[in-house]
Design a protein around this ligand. Structure first.
Ligand code: NDP
Length: 406
């Protein structure tokens, strides 16, 4: 049974179950059992991120009123210091490399070990929160099934001594872990083979996306994850497993295969398409955020500020609920240009690695159906919220995602 680099695991004989299972188990045994070093590194990593989350400077803003559960009607306060924490962590990573304390290449080299460790952490963390919620009688919207509540989460906003466990895990340890893993693979490629332009492009793409998460952090408390989803295994798994271990797969793939470069025109085409898609994604989100926020206490986007990120005197319609729907900027072309930009980026990330393997498209094939489905879900929610006003809005902006096509 041959396991080729970057190829899908495809046994010669499906009936040879014993061989399939032993191959997988041997692989996990060899590459997926964490050791003391990984426990130590991950513990220090969480501690550093928690300290930055709590103490780094940043503007503070109110979230939306809580709609469900025991704290219904209350507001939570959020400190937006993600970009500061991100840049500070980069500085710390450089210092620790030079002092030979920790090199980020470890994240790439021990990829499987960290993945197992993160799974243990997720499972344990949610178990502790669940037991805490059961003991203090604080399980919110219980389903009647303890397993389902563990999966979907026992509480909406678990806190420990004023520390917002959900908001912390939503953006901090997982997203930065992804970024440093990607850079780790690039450094390994540089050290062991030769640094290729596809790898440099992938690092740049991931940097753009990770930075975008922090520069627009103030949108997160308005998202479905914070407003509706309880903090359970599902959400935590997405934050701490899917993000740091699926999102860097293009870099992983480029590291394991034989190094290659695209021609200059192909490189330029990939880069320009990515920049365009990123610009649409970033500015569509910021146009809506600036429009929706009350300007008196609105927190501006972080660095960099892109042209057309903020509209002056945009066209809009007012719904019966009093809420306004933007009819200008990207929002005049389709009802989710932000999703379109995001999807196109994911395709460019995959294509940058060539078309010889499915592996670098794992992220693309996760994101594309997710966003198509999410758009439908959002449409149905908005239809419920705004009724006839939403129908009128859909007449004015008839396309769901791709202008003049879909
Ligand atoms: P949006 O930021 O598009 O938010 C949708 C909400 O915005 C609607 O429910 C409605 O809420 C409001 N809205 C819709 N149309 C208008 C309008 N014309 N004017 C003003 N408000 C409007 O969606 P998400 O929160 O799902 O996504 C945010 C970003 O995150 C996107 O860029 C997406 O691509 C990205 N994302 C990335 C994922 C990944 O894994 N890479 C996963 C999920 C999202 P209301 O009116 O109630 O305020």
């Amino acid at each position: 049974m041959e396991v080729r680099k970057g190829a899908i695991f495809w046994p010669e004989k499906w009936t040879d179950l014993h061989k399939i299972i032993t191959t997988v188990l041997n692989f996990v045994w060899e590459h997926g059992i964490p050791e003391r070093r990984q426990f130590l590194v991950y513990g220090v990593w969480l501690a550093i991120q928690a300290v930055l989350f709590k103490l780094a400077p940043g503007p503070v803003g109110k979230g939306l009123p809580i709609k469900y559960g025991l704290e219904k009607g209350r507001y939570l306060l959020y400190k937006y210091n993600g970009q500061f924490a991100f840049f500070a962590t980069i500085v710390l990573a450089v210092i620790s490399w030079h002092l030979d304390i920790f090199k980020i290449t470890e994240l790439a080299r021990d990829f499987g070990k960290y993945q197992t460790l993160c799974n243990l952490y997720i499972t344990g963390l949610i178990a502790i929160i669940h037991v805490g919620a059961l003991i203090t009688n604080k399980v919110e919207r219980p389903s009647g099934s303890i397993i389902y509540d563990y999966f979907m989460g026992p509480m909406l906003n678990p806190h420990l001594f004023g520390f917002d466990i959900k908001f912390f895990h939503e953006l901090r340890p997982g997203i930065m872990h992804w970024f440093f893993t990607t850079i780790g693979f690039a450094i390994l490629q540089y050290q062991e083979k030769s640094l290729t332009t596809p790898m440099v492009l992938v690092c740049f793409y991931h940097l753009c996306f990770v930075n975008a998460c922090y520069k627009g952090e103030q949108c997160v408390p308005m998202s479905m994850d914070i407003i509706y989803e309880k903090f359970g295994f599902m959400l935590c798994f997405l934050d701490l497993n899917t993000v740091p271990f699926i999102f860097p797969l293009q870099a992983y793939y480029l590291y394991v295969i034989e190094p290659f470069n695209h021609s200059l025109p192909v490189t330029a085409l990939l880069l320009v398409t990515h920049l365009l898609a990123y610009w649409i994604f970033d500015t569509a989100n910021s146009q809506k955020d600036y429009f929706r926020a009350s300007h008196a206490n609105h927190i501006p986007y972080g660095f960099p500020h892109l042209p057309w990120g903020k509209l002056t005197n945009p066209k809009y319609m007012t719904t019966a609920s009093g809420k306004k729907l933007l009819l200008d900027g990207w929002w005049a072309y389709s009802r989710h240009m932000n999703y379109l930009g995001d999807m196109v980026m994911s395709w460019v990330w995959g294509l940058t690695c060539g078309v010889n393997s499915y592996f670098p498209f794992a992220y693309t094939t996760y994101l594309t159906p997710l966003l198509i489905h999410r758009e439908r879900r959002d449409h149905n929610e908005c239809k419920k919220k705004y009724g006839q006003d939403w129908d009128a809005y859909c007449q004015k902006v008839p396309y769901r995602l791709i202008p003049y096509v879909y």
